[in-house]
Design a protein around this ligand. Structure first.
Ligand code: F6R
Length: 612
C-alpha cells in the first residue's frame, strides 16, 4: 500500500506532486506529505489525513522547487498521525525518504542505531531505513548511491523507496523489492510513482523498475543497476492509459463511474479475443499454454477478496464446462500451508492490481514447486503479470474506487472465456454449446446496460434499508460467490455487517438471525437451483425476514413472495454472475452514499494490499 511519487526536472514540483498524490490516494489515505529541495534546503511538509488537508495547510505558502517527492500512507508501523507521515528525514535532516512496503527487520536495525545514539522522531520502519543509510554514509564515506545499496543488502522485507539529498538538487535515488515503482521519462525530466497515473499527462514513456534494481537520476541522466551493481539498460515502454480513464467524468464517485463502465469494460475484456459470429475464440496471452491447460490434472486458483470470489465463480465454470477439478484458495492461506503441487497442476492467480503481496507470494511458492503459473491481472506490467509464465489481462481500464466492481466482472469474463476455450480443446462441450456460449457472452455488455437501467429502483430500495444494522446475502451455485461478493461490497463501503452464505446453508445456523429487522438479499435467478432457492426464500419469509430478490426478467412467482424485486435479463446459466453481481454493487453503493460514507476511500482500506 501507500502511494509514492517524485519528480526532478524543470517544472514546479509541488503542484505536480499534489496532483499525483491525489491519483495515488486509492493506495492509502491516512496521511500525506511532500519533501522539496530549493535554495532554502530540504524541507518536509506532512499531515495526518487526506492529501487535500495537506494541500490546504500549504495553500498560503506553495513551496517552490523543481525537485521533490510525495507520499500518501496506509499505516503499517505506527498510528496514522503527523509524525508517522512520510517523508522522513535522517538524523541530520540532509536525507529524506518515502517508502511503500515493510522493513521486517527494522527493530534489530533500530536497536543497533539507538545504541549508537540515534533518536527517532516517528514509530515507522521507514525512518529506521533512512537513519540506517545516514549511518552507513557516515561510517563509510561512500556515495549516497553506494550507501543505499549497502543498506538494502541488510534489509529484509518489501520496499519501493525514493531518497533525496540536500547535497544534490539534481538527484533522486529509487529502489524496489516487492512494491511497484514506475519511472516516467520526459524531456529533461523524470518521474517516479507507484503506478503510471501521476505520470501520463507528462509522458507516456515509462520504465518499470524490477525487483532489486536501483535507479539513479543525476544531472538529467538515468542509470539503472541491480543491487549487485550490474548495469541494466532501461527498457522503455509506452503506457496506453488515457487521462479520461483516471478522471471521474461527471460521476459523483469513481465507484459509480466504474459500475456504469461495465458494459464497456466487459466488452474490452473480450476485444480481440472473441469473434462470436465465426465461432472464434483465442486468448493471445495464453498462446503456447493452452495445451498445458487442457492437459491439467487440476487447476488451483489463488486470490484475495473480490478476486478470490471471481475464482469461486471460475471454479463452477471450469468444472462444469472443462471437467477439470478446480480448487480455489485464499492466497494468504495457500502460501503458508505447504500445499501439494503436482506435475500438471496449473496455478492461476487472479488480481486486479497484480501487486497483492499474498497472491504474489503464493505464486512464487507454486513456481518454486514446479507448477505452471498463469495470471489474470488488470494492471499491465504489474508484478504478478511479470512473474507468471503466461496470462490474460482483463483490460478493464484503471479501477480507482477502492471497492472492486468492473475488475470483478472483467475477471469473470476472462476466466469464462478461458474455460470455454479449454472445454473446446478438451472436447468436453459440444460444438453447439460452444457456439451458443460465444454468442451469448457477446450479448452480455448490452444486457449489463439493461441491468444498469434499474439503478433508480435500486436507489429506492437502498433508501429503505439505509440504516439496517445487518444484512444476509444468499445464493446457490454460481450465485453463491455472487452473494459473497455482494456482502463484501456492502460491508467495505457502508460499514454495515453483512454475511454471504450458500442459500441452503442458512438452515444450519444463520437462520437463527432472521427476524423482521434482518434484510436478506437473495440471488434467485431462473436457473437449475431456482426451485431450491425459492424454498430457501420461503424459510426466510416464514420468519418475517425482509427479502430483496434479484430475479430473471419475466419471473412471476417471486414477485408475490418477496418484498422487493430487481430484475436482470435472461442469459445462459454460467454467465449469470456477470449480470447478477451488478445490482448488488449498486445496492451497496447507494446505501453507503446515503449513510454519508466515503465510498471511494472507505476507512482502513487501500486498493493495493502490498503487505501481508
Ligand atoms: C474488494 C477488494 C479487495 C481486493 C483484494 C485483492 O472490493 O477490492 O478485496 O479484491 O484486496 O486485490 P487484487 O485483486 O488487486 O489482488
Amino acid at each position: 500500500m501507500c502511494g509514492i511519487v517524485a519528480y526532478v526536472g524543470h517544472r514546479q514540483a509541488y503542484p505536480l506532486l499534489i496532483k499525483g498524490l491525489k491519483r495515488l490516494e486509492y493506495r492509502g489515505y491516512d496521511s500525506a506529505g511532500v519533501a522539496l529541495l530549493n535554495a532554502d534546503g530540504l524541507k518536509v511538509f506532512k499531515k495526518k489525513g487526506k492529501v487535500a488537508e495537506l494541500e490546504n495547510e500549504l495553500k498560503a505558502r506553495e513551496p517552490l522547487a523543481t525537485i521533490g517527492m510525495g507520499h500518501t500512507r496506509w499505516a503499517t508501523h505506527g498510528e496514522p498521525n503527523d509524525k508517522n507521515a512520510h517523508p522522513h528525514y535522517s538524523s541530520n535532516s540532509k536525507l529524506a525518504i518515502i517508502h511503500n512496503g515493510i522493513i521486517e527487520n527494522f527493530a534489530t536495525i533500530k536497536k543497533n542505531l539507538q545504541k549508537k545514539g540515534y533518536e527517532f522522531r516517528s514509530d515507522t520502519d521507514s525512518e529506521v531505513l533512512i537513519q540506517f543509510i545516514e549511518d552507513i554514509q557516515k561510517e563509510t564515506g561512500a556515495t549516497l548511491e553506494e550507501t543505499v545499496r549497502l543498506a538494502l543488502h541488510e534489509v529484509v522485507g518489501a520496499y519501493a523507496i525514493v531518497i533525496m539529498t540536500e547535497d544534490d538538487p539534481t538527484q533522486l535515488i529509487a529502489a524496489r523489492k516487492g512494491s511497484p515503482l514506475v519511472i516516467g521519462i520526459g524531456e529533461e525530466e523524470f518521474f517516479f510513482a507507484s503506478d503510471a497515473t501521476p505520470i501520463i499527462e507528462y509522458t507516456k514513456e515509462v520504465v518499470y523498475l524490477d525487483d532489486l534494481q536501483i535507479a539513479v537520476v543525476r544531472n538529467g541522466e538515468l542509470t539503472l543497476q541491480n543491487l549487485d551493481k550490474t548495469t541494466q539498460i532501461p527498457y522503455i515502454q509506452k503506457v496506453e492509459m488515457e487521462l479520461e480513464a483516471i478522471e471521474k467524468g461527471g460521476y459523483e464517485h469513481f465507484m459509480l463511474k466504474e459500475i456504469f463502465e461495465q458494459p464497456r469494460s466487459i466488452a474490452d475484456s473480450m476485444r480481440g479475443r472473441l469473434n462470436a459470429e465465426d465461432a472464434l475464440l483465442e486468448l493471445g496471452g495464453l498462446r503456447g499454454y493452452m495445451d498445458k491447460l487442457a492437459d491439467a490434472k487440476r487447476i488451483v486458483i489463488v486470490g484475495c477478496g473480490t478476486s478470490w470470489h471471481a475464482g469461486l465463480v471460475a471454479e463452477y465454470i471450469f468444472e462444469e464446462l472443462a471437467r477439470i477439478p478446480v480448487e480455489v484458495e485464499y492466497a494468504s492461506e495457500f502460501r503458508y500451508r505447504n500445499p501439494i503441487i503436482k506435475e500438471k497442476d496449473i496455478v492461476i492467480a487472479i488480481s486486479q492490481s497484480g501487486e497483492t503481496a499474498d497472491t504474489l507470494a503464493a505464486l512464487e511458492l507454486a513456481k518454486s514447486k514446479g507448477a505452471t503459473i498463469l495470471g489474470v491481472c488488470n494492471v499491465v506490467g504489474s508484478s504478478i503479470a511479470r512473474i507468471t509464465h503466461a496470462g490474460a489481462y482483463t483490460h478493464a481500464g484503471p479501477e480507482i474506487g477502492v471497492a472492486s466492481t468492473k475488475a470483478f466482472t472483467a475477471q469473470v469474463t476472462v476466466l469464462t472465456l478461458m474455460a470455454i476455450a479449454v472445454a473446446k480443446k478438451r472436447k468436453t462441450i459440444s460444438e453447439d454449446l460452444y457456439r451458443q456460449l460465444l454468442i451469448e457472452i457477446d450479448t452480455i455488455p448490452a444486457k449489463v446496460e439493461r441491468v444498469l437501467k434499474a439503478s433508480e429502483k435500486i436507489k429506492e430500495i437502498a433508501y429503505i434499508f439505509t440504516y439496517a444494522r445487518n444484512f444476509i446475502y444468499l445464493g446457490r451455485g454460481l450465485n453463491f460467490p455472487v452473494a459473497l461478493e455482494g456482502a463484501l461490497k456492502l460491508k467495505e463501503i457502508s460499514y454495515i455487517h453483512a454475511e454471504g452464505y450458500p442459500a441452503a446453508e442458512m438452515k444450519h445456523g444463520p437462520i437463527a438471525l432472521i427476524d423482521e429487522d434482518m434484510p436478506v438479499v437473495v440471488v434467485a435467478t431462473k436457473d437449475s437451483s431456482y426451485d431450491k432457492v425459492v424454498s430457501n426464500i420461503q424459510e426466510v419469509k416464514a420468519r418475517k425476514g425482509r427479502v430483496i430478490a434479484v430475479v430473471t426478467e419475466g419471473e412471476k412467482q417471486l414477485h408475490e413472495l418477496v418484498d422487493f424485486v430487481i430484475e436482470i435479463p435472461k442469459t445462459h446459466e454460467i454467465l449469470v454472475p456477470l449480470l447478477s453481481s451488478i445490482p448488488l454493487q449498486l445496492l451497496a453503493y447507494y446505501i453507503a452514499v446515503m449513510r454519508g460514507r466515503n465510498v471511494d476511500q472507505p476507512r482502513n482500506l487501500a486498493k493495493s494490499v502490498t503487505v501481508e
